[in-house]
Design a protein around this ligand. Structure first.
Ligand code: ADP
Ligand code: MG
Length: 727
């Protein structure tokens, strides 16, 4: 066995798991390191506090003088918590988070020093961020980027740094990050949904999108990972034979959590509590060494920030516990992958969840309105939703056998399907008194009872209604939720805006009562969006065929899927809803294509290295042993040796065969890479997808065959069974 693999196994087996202590009651830790309302009230003047609250609720601008006051309060609070530095925390288009730390410390004239932080430092900064991706925006406009404070997401202290959530935009106004378009989409959905709410309740003045994500991940011992260059460099295994035992027994799911992992989780959760991330549930997932963590849902912008923060914190905490956390959607072939379900709903400032059926027929009509509009929006923009979750790593999961397919469809359950079927028959125009009563009492009025026993939740649907929210299940575990949340909220905003126009028209021109008009428009939407509804098995082959008949898209690869982002339809949607202009949309598309190509390029290089530098030399070493053996047999038995050396000779030949295949395929792949590198944009990504990537499986096939043949003692890479079952 290679020393690295041997040591890795020894190290892992001799870990001494100690369960760390709880630091105190969770509720007492919660938000201690967050400049939340409580802290603000304590440290700020009334005027400053009110100004921040108004900014959060109504998006009003904060006056410069007040900003100075806020900065001083924030600094005082941060210093009281032991902070020494501050940073504008933002989410560049690379998917990770970025920060540059500055000390509060400043020298003063008399030779002394003090801690200083004022409004200008709080509100705006210019990070030296020329290396973040910008899709040509900053070149075109020769503009620099700056970060600007987002008061709707509270500042927090991590380590000894005060982190101030910000957006990252070019001086010409174009968004260079994930947050700016998200905030605009949330603004759009607020405006559109509030206007529709007024049909049902005049007191509604704000609607928040809510998000509750569920983060899946793998935890693997750092020592085991260190003997896997592929895991270290790409976050997934590019080769490796399936273990004799995989996840067939399903004995890991909801089983007891191993002590080492429990210790990591406690540590992580306590950090989360301090940071105000309301983590609530934890459990094993389907695959060995796979786990899930989910918080209580929050306003979408905050929830997105909290998910990004969590991923950072997880990496840091996992290091303390000698684990590497894998966010990749498919780290191990043949083993369940990881996703990040996005539970989404809309909630009013009056405390009503708009996707939760109410107690009165009126509330239920409101529920149905938002319910049907959501389905219609997903129907109209299914291809854009698919595009919003596209990435090189998520491609492994979509359409594979445990995840939602690359086809977007909506599951609502049999009872709500029956309700929509009935509503399809609502009379066109004015309703008879009998029909009105029927609709209100017997159809709409019955919804809450129905939902209580709606338990048939279809796990194979990428977009499922789950009682009081929709669950977008196709989001990748590695993704930033901002992308899909921006798209989802934008299309809902657009749909609700259209709905309002249509209802108003019927009321004004056709003299219909408001309820009648609502029923009339909903009826048409139900008919028009029927093809997106699917209650069956989303993983089956039959559905793929059926989806083609229905005219639904099935874009299996990222370069294919991303095209929907720059279609005329998408650009006019984003422009109309003031979420992104054409330049921003196209820049993002360019960045995502490039990211895709780079991702495949790196995987291809790593695979070639591992195949040539690890696998082939090991195979040759073993082959030499066999050759020695055959020579020895010949010495002893002379002419009759063949009957004793048959198997060995056969193996020697097979090994040579696999080595030859690997060599020739790696060479061909390298040539395709060279050709691809001469192309740019879509062509470059297409070449990486269709010409380079197909070699991965072929090369892997031969490497995995060799793994089975070669003496286990010689094999240099930690094996699947070790990665998945050693603790
Ligand atoms: P699972 O999908 O694993 O069965 P649950 O249905 O219990 O899990 O809930 C999953 C997530 O849904 C939780 O993270 C929760 O915070 C979130 N959630 C619940 N209500 C809402 C809501 N109104 N808006 C957004 N997310 C919600
Ligand atoms: Mg879920």
């Amino acid at each position: 066995m290679s020393t690295l693999r041997f040591n890795a196994l020894q190290e892992t087996l001799h870990r001494n798991p100690v369960l760390i202590e709880e630091k105190g009651r969770r509720s007492e830790l919660f938000g201690n390191n967050v400049f939340n309302k409580q802290a603000m009230r304590q440290y700020m003047t009334k005027e400053a506090f009110q100004s921040v609250m108004d900014a959060i609720e109504f998006g009003t601008k904060i006056d410069r003088k007040i900003a100075d006051q806020i900065a001083v309060s924030m600094k005082d609070w941060a210093l009281s918590k032991g902070a020494t530095h501050y940073t504008h925390w933002f989410q560049p288009l690379t998917g990770a988070t970025a920060e540059k730390h500055d000390a509060f410390f400043e020298t003063i004239d008399d030779g002394g020093a003090m801690e200083r932080f004022d409004g200008s430092q709080l509100v705006q900064q210019e990070p030296d961020a020329s290396s973040f991706p910008h899709g040509g925006i900053r070149n075109t406009f020769e503009a620099r980027g700056y970060t600007a404070w987002d008061p709707t997401s509270p500042a927090f202290i991590y380590g000894t740094t005060l982190c101030i959530p910000t957006v990252f935009v070019a001086y010409t106004g174009e968004a260079l990050d994930n947050k700016a378009p998200l905030l605009r989409a949330l603004q759009a959905v607020d405006t559109a949904a509030t206007a529709v709410c007024k049909y049902f309740d005049k007191n509604v003045s704000k609607v928040n999108a809510t998000l509750g994500w569920e983060q899946e991940y793998f935890l693997i011992d750092t020592a085991l990972v260190s003997a896997r260059p592929d895991l270290m460099m790409t976050g997934r295994t590019l080769l490796g034979h399936s273990p004799a035992k995989g996840q067939q027994l399903d004995d890991h799911y909801f089983g007891s959590i191993p002590t080492r992992v429990m210790s990591f989780m406690r540590d992580l959760e306590q950090e989360c509590m301090l940071l105000g991330v309301p983590v609530k549930t934890r459990h094993n997932e389907v695959a060995p060494n796979q786990f899930e963590l989910a918080p209580i849902f929050e306003e979408a912008n905050l929830a997105v920030d909290h998910n990004s923060l969590l991923m950072d914190v997880m990496e840091k905490v996992s290091q303390r516990h000698q684990f590497k956390v894998l966010f990749h959607e498919k780290p191990f072939e043949g083993i369940n992958g990881s996703g990040k379900h996005n539970n989404w709903s809309l909630s009013t400032n009056t405390g009503v969840n708009l996707l939760s059926p109410g107690k009165t027929p009126m509330k239920n009509l409101q529920f149905l309105t938002f319910f049907v509009n959501t389905i219609k929006a997903v129907h109209d923009y299914e291809e854009l939703i698919r595009a919003s979750i596209a990435s090189a790593s998520n491609d492994h999961r979509l359409g594979a056998n445990e995840a939602p397919p690359a086809i977007i469809s909506v599951f609502i359950g049999s009872q709500l399907s029956a309700v929509l079927d009935e509503l399809e028959n609502v009379t066109k125009g004015k309703l008879s008194p009998q029909e009105k009563t029927d609709l209100k009492l017997n159809i709409v009025g019955k919804i809450p009872e129905i939902l209580l026993d709606n338990t048939d939740r279809n796990r194979t649907s990428p977009f499922a209604f789950t009682g009081n929210k929709f669950e977008l299940r196709a989001v990748g575990s590695w993704s930033n939720c901002a992308g899909p949340m921006t798209v989802l909220n934008t299309i809902i905003a657009k749909q609700l805006k259209e709905f309002k126009i249509e209802v108003d028209e019927l009321v004004d021109a056709k003299n219909l009562k408001k309820d009648e008009a609502v029923f009339n428009v909903l009826r048409e939407y139900i008919k028009a969006s029927k093809k997106i509804r699917f209650e069956g098995d989303g993983y089956g082959e039959a559905w793929e065929k059926e989806a083609v008949k229905r005219g639904l898209s099935n874009n299996k690869t990222t370069p294919e899927a991303l095209k929907a982002k720059i279609s005329k339809k998408s650009i006019s949607l984003f422009e109309e809803m003031n979420v992104m202009n054409k330049v921003e949309v196209e820049a993002r598309h360019e960045i995502e294509l490039e990211e895709y190509s780079k991702h495949i390029q790196i995987e291809s290089r790593v695979l070639a290295d591992v195949a040539r530098n690890h696998v082939i030399p090991t195979a040759i070493q073993y082959q030499n042993t066999l050759i020695e053996n055959v020579k020895g047999l010949k010495e002893i038995f002379d002419k009759g040796f063949e009957q004793y050396a048959k198997e060995q000779i056969d193996l020697i030949q097979k090994i040579s065969g696999h080595i030859a295949e690997i060599n020739s395929k790696v060479e061909k792949m390298t040539n395709e890479r060279k050709k691809a590198n001469k192309l740019s944009g879509q062509n470059n990504a297409d070449a990486y997808c269709n010409k380079v990537k197909p070699f991965f499986d072929e090369i892997r096939y031969h490497c995995d065959k060799l793994e089975l043949m070669v003496d286990d003692n010689l094999w240099p890479l930690t094996k699947y069974r070790e990665l998945l079952f050693t603790r």
